[in-house]
Ligand binder design. Sequence first.
Ligand SMILES: [Zn+2]
Length: 287
Amino acid sequence: MRELNRLGVTGAIDAGGGFQNYPEDYAVIEKLAADGQLTIRLGYNLFTQKPKGEKDDFLRWARSSKYQQGDDYFRHNGAGEMLVFSAADFEDFREPRPDMPPEMEPELEAVVRILVQNRWPWRLHATYDETISRSLDVFERVNQDMPLDGLHWFFDHAETISERSIDRIAALGGGIAVQHRMAYQGEYFVETLRSGCGRSYAAGRAHAGERRQALRRHRCDACRVLQSVGVRSPGWSRGARSGACASTRSATASTARQRCAYGPRTSPGSPMKRARRAGSRSASSPT
Ligand SMILES: [Zn+2]
């Protein structure tokens, strides 16, 4: 907290993370909050840690805790960014895009119905449009008989989101939280697309072409999203490269803590990630 305060940060959203169980692992921060020792306002989202046990977690939490319980310094902020493991796509752009398993939709629907019933907002980790569009199928289905009706929810990341999905999110009243991953992994993203994700050379070239177009579209779509929430995009207007996008950095500056679902491999401070960042910086020099 001192370090965040030193940088002028006075509030953060805790999007959960790997191996952080509720309520056991929150005892320390709850004690600090009870003693009035927090110097950061902290909103925490509940992140399930149990593949195939997600529905039970959210049922139990809905009984034991209440949305917005707490005070101005320590407050329950809803669910996510993990709702079900079968809907969480892998976010390493040096790897091919993963396909989510067929059980994704029924598992996600079961959890989303619990959240809507209890009027809990949620955030959902989703990198690729293929995952986002399938999640939207679920949200739209739930909305038909359990209207979301102004409930706040959004996708985290959404790097390759399509125009069509943005329209569907807007129609449901949802949002997108763009992170600055492309500032560090943009070059890897392009390399992986160029490689065609292990396909034949010809198929790979075609695939890379499609994805380059998607990437260009993403830049426009992201600007649109950012503009819609009142964030300027100075980096792109100065012609910044995809791997060093100033606007995505500014959009996520207020999210002091964005942790992802896969533990040490992607945790913000891991040696592997620092090394990867260092390598990426030498290529793209984001500022
Ligand atoms: Zn994430």
